[in-house]
Write a protein that binds this ligand. Sequence first.
Ligand code: SF4
Ligand code: SF4
Length: 373
Amino acid sequence: MPVIVSPQEDIYVAVRPGAQTGMQLPGANYEELAVAATHGHPVPSWFADAARRAWRIDLAGRPTGSVVTVRRPSTSPVTYSRASWEINKGCNFACEHCYLEQRPFAGLPLNEKLTLIDMLRDMGVLWFQITGGEPLIDPDFPPAYERAHDAGMMVEILTNGSRLARRDHLAMFTARRPHKITVSMYGASPETADALTQTRGAFTNMYRGLQAAAVADLPIEVTIIVTKHNVAELDDMRALIDEIGFPRNEYGSISPTYTGNGATLGTQAPGYLDKSAIFAGCPAGHTSFHVDPHGFATMCKVGRDHPISLIAEGPEGLLRLPAIADAQMLRTGGCSGCTLSSTCRVCRPMARVYQAAKAPLEHYCQHGERNPA
Ligand code: SF4
Ligand code: SF4
């Protein structure tokens, strides 16, 4: 379906998977589209005009229900607009810098995966990120993805790209276009990427995936993960991506594992720790949440105190989440009484992970500023 129209907190929005622009709709226009979709009416001319301007697509004369997914208002006791989900922590790579300390291949049975997605739909989740581990190695990924897509979610997939060139995956993403596929890149050569990921064929499979995705015109964004093992190939990685024509980002701040193990910090590339932004607050737990492979919801991937079983408790369990999140954001523990907290660059859950890992202060805390990493 080319366009999704949805309530979103107190407003109505129209968005299109793969597009960066969207539009806000008055309530009366949203209702008109809902009626048109239900009764097989053609797309109203005002919406066809707006879609042409926003996304350069022609919806004129098409039955509304065939080109617009109209999401109905949430029926759930709690509403959220964003969620992320580790479908499975298992991964076919073994990166030294990975923020997951353990990567067991385990998760919900398929029927509960689908129940979970239906629950997120009913809560109003529009922006949905599926991650892992490596999500595409989970045999339930295709039906889960299709369920989320058909529910009218803007789905982003975080992947190492190694399974992207598979025909069944390309067919799935072509038939149901995701909003974004973010591919992590670990090197510009097999020697470097295979060593960093401790996986033979990692580079070849990832690069083949990028090329296949380009041919299929999928909405790819590449994130270059910069560590001391691949920093010498940074320019070559940029050039490879530019040659294919995908947008790219770089990420060079290696954190401890989210369970507080600092063994990852040794892979930090000197000079690539991002110290530019001051932490300005975060709505995690209030407008977004994270779900682990077993269906437990937490405020985010880092702040995992007091997980709530969505399968056992249903959406009502999330009524507790805002208070759980607020408690984790308090500058307690190693940050108690800090006079610099208003200019801190890390949120409290992230600071706690660094402190648990006994990380050198210069990696995350202003009290170590004199010895920048
Ligand atoms: S890690 Fe910190 S900034 Fe990121 S979502 Fe969690 S609380 Fe927010
Ligand atoms: S500057 Fe350091 S001690 Fe202060 S709040 Fe940030 S991480 Fe905590």
